[in-house]
Design a protein around this ligand. Structure first.
Ligand code: GDP
Length: 166
């Protein structure tokens, strides 16, 4: 099994930490070929049963200028090529304009989108379900996985979920 996974989410939710942790645990190949105006980080995770290519799509955030618009187009092009999308959100922050903007962009895709609720280490257990339902009300996610990229919690479940779509 092999496939491409886009990792999206507004800045600071923990996308790079997540990719670094996954790759750091089970190292394979990592390169940062400049493919768009901003470097798109390409990481390949090789597991016994799967090879997963993670694509960072920095341009998905709200454009503030013309160049930004170009980058958003490039990022949306990426979304068309992937097998699934990981939408990473920060469990410690309220859903804000950054999230609404991405949710709106996601309406245009037919790809499976997995909600990844990150920074589980910073919240109480009782808060997890209310956070999930707030997002699930807004979009038909194919799966939801709460994780801590930093504490390396529940990353196995995330990989299991991702592999369903390769
Ligand atoms: P990105 O902009 O989405 O790539 O976010 P980063 O990976 O750079 O993370 C932003 C900040 O959140 C950094 O200070 C990380 O150390 C921190 N961070 C990321 N994941 C976690 C997590 O699971 N728990 C905690 N406590 N902090 C995290």
């Amino acid at each position: 099994k092999s496939g491409f996974i886009a990792v999206i989410g507004r800045p600071n939710v923990g996308k790079s930490t997540l990719i670094n942790t996954l790759i750091g645990q089970k190292i394979a190949i990592m390169s940062d070929k400049p493919q768009t105006t901003q470097n798109r980080i390409l990481c390949i995770l090789t597991e016994p049963d799967a090879q997963i290519v993670f694509l960072d799509t920095p341009g998905i955030h709200k454009p503030k200028h013309k160049l930004g618009e170009y980058m958003v187009k490039a990022a949306e092009g990426t979304l068309k090529e992937v097998d699934a999308i990981l939408f990473v959100v920060d469990a410690t922050e309220k859903m804000g304009p950054g999230e609404y903007y991405i949710l709106e962009r996601l309406q245009a895709t037919s790809k499976p989108v997995i909600l990844v609720v990150n920074k589980l280490d910073l919240i109480e257990k009782e808060q997890v379900l209310p956070i999930i339902s707030r997002y699930a009300d807004k979009y038909p996610f194919v799966g939801v996985v709460p994780i801590s990229a930093k504490a390396e919690t529940n990353l196995d479940s995330l990989l299991t979920e991702v592999k369903k779509y390769l």
